[in-house]
Design a protein around this ligand. Structure first.
Ligand code: AMP
Length: 646
């Protein structure tokens, strides 16, 4: 049969061999017969009395953590949890949360992590779509949760002390699911990515080798469990005899105690570029023993330079949820030019292909396709989407698959990969993965909206979501109303900072929406409220801080922080600046207060009421962090970090 020109191979046989075979020699031994929790159980045998996990003033040794998780696991088994049974978990950061995750795995089930700050409608959707049979939660979180038909188990009050504390035998095997994590979906609904034990065990074995971890390491874990990378923070230390120190939620402590912990005691820490920037803003100065892992979004040279000054080593981590946490790692050296994402991790193959699935030559951009042991089983209940994104592997053994990442990349001559951008409408904002069509689909469901386009735009050095709307005939979209409509269904990071109403959307010559021609949103404050100038000292301080953080010339006392483009990481900046400026007047404020009182006038009023109340939550959190740091300092210091890579 005749071949079309586009389907002819672009490469000589020798080049093909280099790209497809030589650069994909990633075979590496790992315990294929073990499940994720069994890595931990093996470690419990080796170091039962070593400290495994720390949160606040609580410390659990390997054997204590194991015993608690086992008791809960036996209880879960009695409720019907076993292989392929999904168990939702929605908990504040705590050792209970860790016990819950381990218990689900030990019972043979797979966890579905939920964030208590998600709106109830999104939580309800995930609970229903995943068909979770059991929900693990805490009393304090329960009232934020939607109705749940299955069984609810409270981690803080239902711990079944009468159950056996020995390892349960659940018959779970490495092909069974370990977790299902929901990420934004382009059709308007989030989708669950199913990951099996073997993929995680392969991943952890590869990470233990590079970037590497030793039993003396202290990993300070900051990431919410709804983000798959949290599994590295929890299970890499727990499977290697190291220690995990859980920090409180960044939104609760404003990042300050986390920054202090990271600076004084961490030897390994992972975050997205946005997390690292925020921590630097609130006082993180690093330490000479620290191994920094940065991933989830492109690592700029500028940020890399700043992080290298604060650490022993810096690693760029790349990978989609669909191929298990990270699929490429590379140690970043000081220098100039773009930061490479490196090469595939163990038992992982990379292919850079054109639209005809032909490998492209070195230096030419193509879509990254990933194969190997990290691949997800697919999306829960979405066979068509699974078939679209997980395609048969034309270069591998029969039955093997490749995941189409949607990432545009190219090979450098040394075999390292350079990240260029996306080929679709998926974006990262503050480290969060967002399918813009999910927001557009929801917006167009609103009665006043005929058409909606959402883009991510760099505004004042910060990536923000901007929504462009064409109203229905005779309708006037109300920005406040649209915002609360979206908030009912979407997490805060998916609600656009700006809304721009247009008569029509600009089109390209072939009739598609011309996203590049969309106008910038107004940089001045939106005239949603009549401008009222600050009226007293506290209001003046507040408005100057807001102006600085939001990069606006003036802010009125009735303006809403979030309607001016504010978001959670900016709230942390406001918190840090305010606490410095208001220290003199002996008044205290928490990050949560800033969410509760989003205008200067309401916040100032709250200050007035709080005047002279001397029970500062911030003080409490700082004291806790200091105690934690002191306790960690008393532990033997790491003498010599084993340098695994250079
Ligand atoms: P997630 O599933 O949330 O981990 O998001 C995966 C996507 O984030 C990838 O497909 C990339 O587009 C992007 N990404 C993750 N890590 C990096 C990195 N180190 N550099 C550039 N992009 C990254």
């Amino acid at each position: 049969p005749q071949q079309k020109v586009a389907e002819l191979p672009l490469l000589s046989e020798r080049e093909q061999h280099q790209l497809l075979r030589e650069w994909n020699r990633t075979q590496f031994e790992y315990p294929k017969q073990l499940c994720l929790h069994q890595l931990f159980e093996q470690q419990v045998e080796k170091t039962p009395d070593a400290v495994a996990a720390v949160f606040d003033s609580e410390e659990l040794t390997y054997s204590e953590l194991n015993a608690k998780a086992n008791q809960l696991a036996h209880h879960l088994v009695s409720l019907g949890v076993g292989p392929e049974v999904l168990v939702a978990i929605c908990a504040e950061r705590s050792t209970d949360m860790l016990v819950g995750l381990l218990a689900i795995l030990k019972a043979g089930g797979a966890y579905v992590p939920l964030d208590p700050i998600y709106p109830p409608e999104r939580l309800a959707y995930i609970l229903e779509d995943s068909c979770a049979r059991v929900l693990l939660t805490q009393q304090a979180v329960a009232d934020k949760l939607p109705d749940f038909k299955g069984r609810v188990v409270y981690l803080d009050s239902d711990l079944p002390v009468s159950q056996s504390s020995s390892n349960p035998n659940s018959n779970v095997c490495p092909e069974n699911l370990a977790y299902a994590i929901y990420t934004s979906g382009s059709t308007g609904r989030p989708k669950g990515v199913q990951i099996c034990h073997r993929a995680v065990v392969n991943f952890l074995s590869s990470m233990a080798d590079q970037p590497g971890i030793v039993p003396e390491d202290v990993l300070v874990a900051v990431t919410t469990i709804t983000f798959d990378i949290a599994a590295l923070e929890l299970f890499l230390p727990l499977s290697t005899g190291a220690r995990v120190v859980l920090t409180p939620d960044l939104m609760v402590d404003g990042g300050q105690s986390t920054a202090a912990l990271a600076t004084s005691s961490a030897t390994v820490m992972q975050g997205t570029p946005a997390t690292w920037r925020t921590l630097m803003q609130v006082g993180f100065v690093g330490n000479p023993q620290l191994k920094i892992l940065c991933g989830g979004e492109a690592l700029s040279r500028e940020l890399a330079t700043q992080l290298l000054e604060r650490a022993d080593t810096l690693w760029n981590m790349y990978g989609p949820t669909e191929t298990t946490i990270w699929s490429a790692v590379s140690q970043v050296q000081a220098g100039s030019g773009s930061v490479s994402i490196g090469q595939a991790i163990a038992n992982t193959e990379f292919y850079i292909l054109d639209t005809n699935n032909q490998p492209v030559p070195v230096g030419v951009a193509g879509e990254l396709h990933i194969g190997g042991d990290g691949l997800a089983r697919g999306y829960l209940n979405r066979p068509e989407l699974t078939a679209e994104k997980f395609i048969p592997d034309p270069f591998g053994e029969a039955g093997s698959r490749l995941y189409k990442t949607g990432d545009l990349v190219r090979y450098k001559t040394d075999g390292n990969i350079e990240y260029i951008g996306r080929i679709d409408y998926q974006v990262k904002v503050r480290g969060f993965r967002i399918e813009l069509p999910e927001i557009e689909a929801l917006l167009s469901q609103h009665a006043t909206v005929q058409q909606a386009v959402v883009i991510a735009k760099e505004i004042a050095g910060d990536k923000r979501l901007v929504a462009y709307l064409v109203p229905q005939a005779e309708a006037t979209p109300e920005i406040g109303e649209l915002r609360s409509f979206l908030k009912q269904q979407l997490p805060e990071y998916m609600v656009p900072s700006y809304f721009v109403v247009l008569e029509s959307l600009p089109l390209t010559p072939n009739g598609k929406v011309d996203r590049k021609a969309l106008p910038d949103p107004e940089h001045t404050r939106v005239e949603a409220e009549a401008y009222v100038a600050p009226r007293n000292e506290v209001e003046r301080i507040l408005s100057s801080v807001w102006q600085e953080v939001l990069n606006l010339e003036k802010v009125g006392v009735n303006d809403n922080f979030f309607e001016l483009g504010g978001h959670s990481l900016l709230v942390i900046q406001v918190h840090s600046k305010l606490n410095n400026k208001l220290l003199g007047i002996n008044r205290d404020i928490s990050v949560v207060d800033l969410f509760k009182y989003p205008t200067i006038s309401t916040l100032a009023q709250y200050f007035g009421q709080k005047q002279d109340v001397n029970a500062p939550t911030r003080q409490k959190i700082n004291d806790r962090a200091s105690k934690q740091i002191e306790a960690l300092k008393r532990q033997p210091l790491i003498k010599q970090r084993k340098k695994i890579n250079g």
